[in-house]
Write a protein that binds this ligand. Structure first.
Ligand SMILES: [Zn+2]
Length: 399
């Protein structure tokens, strides 16, 4: 799938969701009808698209409609976080065919083994040879060139792990490693049927916070692919102390251990609530969110304050990259959503520098809780089937 036009046409057919005709493809891509016919012929030969119904439009000859063949390719994705390992099987249309979530086992050996077992099981669900590869999403920082995960937070036994090669050895599949938040951003871009124009900020709320950026459908990931590590952006000069020595850093303002600590101090959750391991912290955070939902004043105050600080950070970064849309996802998003959404509306109205020029929409992830794993699998499909500007440079012609 090296041909740029071929990828462009396939991408349009995939995103259209409904069947499209060759004439419509010519109109949206700007390619000639002859070029479209040639490209579609190759896509039909490769089995990536299928012809369906004939459409009668006006007096011209009926148009044969085309649609993607979702079973023409599959990708596997795994997302590792301190609490759980999620594995998904995606088809070419981006539909989740199967998924599983298991508690994160102790140590990287056991995690590799757990993912490999799920991968082996899911591969039996689709024809042999149709799986394009495996994507693994892990907390940053990562070294994508070497395929290594380097001291992931809250996973102290990990150290520096050559995760990509170990997953490839364990599964026999081509494997890529991506930072969780960048993978989640790819999932959003891959799943959207609308056009991918504009500049988007993706905010990932897990145990901490991560940011990713995309412009015109391309993720901007930086020189070492770790862009977005701005946990030490100061969003509240009177905020909580951070280990870096400053006060009110964004990361510490929304970190699970900090919010749970405030809930314990404020008597919102019992003082003996276990909160040592990531799993315990996650459960304690769920109690805090439930208390806030029940209207417990102290709980609401904690999450509203976190929402305001987060909104402040989002507005600063939105201004920095002049984004016109913000997408928020990750395991902690649903718990913070009610408090963040209202705070963000006020913050954008009052402080965003671009507010006179354009509005900024803040939406929840379309992909939901599985976004990290779906993103890792999407990244594999994306590498294989999506036209990128870098490809255009490498292949300036083509038909
Ligand atoms: Zn800090």
């Amino acid at each position: 799938m090296g041909d740029y036009n071929q990828l462009v046409v396939l991408d349009h057919i995939r995103r259209a969701r409904e069947s499209v005709s060759r004439v419509e493809l010519a109109a949206v891509t700007g390619l000639s009808v002859q070029t479209i016919s040639n490209v579609v012929g190759r896509l039909l030969e490769l089995g990536l698209v299928e012809e369906g119904a004939r459409q009668i439009a006006g007096r011209g000859k009926p148009r044969t409609l085309l649609h993607l063949r979702p079973g023409a390719g599959y990708a596997l994705g795994a997302h590792i976080d301190p609490v759980s390992v999620t594995t998904v099987l995606l088809d070419l249309a981006g539909t989740v065919v199967d998924r599983s979530v298991v508690p994160t086992p102790d140590g990287s050996d056991a995690v590799v083994e757990a993912i490999a077992a799920e991968v082996a099981r899911m591969r039996t669900l689709v024809p042999d040879g149709e799986v394009v590869g495996l994507g693994v999403a892990a907390p940053g920082p990562i070294d994508p060139e070497a395929g290594r995960v380097i001291h992931p937070p809250l996973m102290p036994s990990w150290g520096d792990v050559p995760l990509r090669d170990r997953m490839a050895d364990a599964t026999g599949l081509p494997t890529l490693l991506e930072k969780d938040v960048a993978a989640a951003m790819v999932a959003e871009l891959w799943q959207r049927s609308t056009d991918r124009g504009g500049t988007t900020l993706f905010v990932y709320l897990g145990f901490g916070i991560g940011f990713a950026f995309a412009r015109e459908g391309e993720v901007l990931s930086g020189s070492s692919r770790n862009a977005g590590e701005i946990g030490h952006l100061i969003v509240d000069a009177d905020g909580p102390e951070c280990f870096c020595g400053h006060r009110g850093c964004l990361g510490v303002s929304v970190a699970l251990d900090r919010l749970v600590g405030e809930a314990v101090d404020g008597g919102v959750v019992p003082a003996d609530t276990p909160r040592t391991t990531p799993t315990e912290l996650d459960a304690a955070m769920a109690r805090l969110a439930a208390a806030a939902e029940d209207g417990v004043g102290g709980a609401v105050a904690i999450l509203e304050r976190a929402g305001r600080r987060l909104a402040r950070g989002i507005v600063i970064v939105t201004d920095l990259i002049d984004a016109d849309s913000v997408v928020v996802g990750g395991a902690n998003w649903e718990r913070l959503a009610p408090y963040l959404t209202s705070a963000a509306r006020l913050e954008f109205a009052g402080h965003a520098t671009m507010r006179e020029l354009h509005g900024v929409g803040v939406d929840g992830s379309a992909v939901g809780l599985w976004v990290g794993a779906v993103g890792a699998a999407s990244r594999v499909l994306d590498a294989a089937f999506t036209p990128h500007a870098s490809l255009l440079v490498a292949h300036p012609t083509g038909s």
